[in-house]
Design a protein around this ligand. Structure first.
Ligand code: ZN
Length: 184
């Protein structure tokens, strides 16, 4: 029965997603509390942070090194305030995939877009509320293929886009930024 497979898939996604976030929560230690956001550290010497926004583990930012970085924290704070589109998306795909395999290809594109959207919204949050822009020395690749790769294989929009003036103007949609980047 298809719906049984759908149910199985949903349980699988929930287990993996909650399990991953639960692991990060219990392995990390709280170092600070900001309002209702718990700032935590799980030191694996990586200068990055993950926001916990699953059903059971929320309002927590886990730094992966003991050097707390305020710029990163403001971006992650943006994530704590978001609806978790990606989780909802994964659940929808898990439920629908047994009904039709055809949704797989548009689903990958939609998933990619939702990831970009969440990342940009968090960047816009940090910028609007704290005037913090993403900093990077990355240069825009000269070759179009390399630019396509930069868009496709990173969970965020490319670094050289995240540092641009236009990126912080809300009226410029990500699609527009993407097309401008690839066509010019
Ligand atoms: Zn992010």
């Amino acid at each position: 029965m298809d719906w049984e497979l759908s149910l199985f898939n949903i349980l699988l996604v929930v287990t993996i997603y909650e399990g991953f976030h639960g692991y990060l929560f219990y392995k990390s230690k709280e170092v600070r509390k900001e309002g209702k956001v718990s700032v935590r550290v799980l030191d694996i010497s990586e200068e990055n942070a993950i926001t916990l926004n699953s059903l059971f583990f929320r309002d927590s930012v886990v730094f992966l090194s003991d050097k707390l970085n305020d710029r990163i924290l403001r971006h992650e704070e943006g994530h704590t305030k978001q609806f978790n589109y990606i989780y909802a998306f994964l659940l929808a795909v898990a439920a629908l995939l047994p009904l039709s395999n055809f949704i797989a290809i548009p689903a990958v594109l939609l998933g990619k877009f939702l990831l970009w959207k969440m990342e940009r919204d968090a960047d816009l949050y940090a910028y609007t509320k704290y005037n913090i822009k993403y900093e990077s020395v990355a240069e825009r690749p000269k070759s179009k293929i390399d630019r396509i790769k930069a868009w496709l294989f990173d969970t965020h929009p490319p670094d050289y886009i995240r540092t641009k003036e236009e990126y912080y103007e809300k009226k410029n949609s990500l699609i527009k930024l993407l097309l401008n980047d690839l066509l010019s």
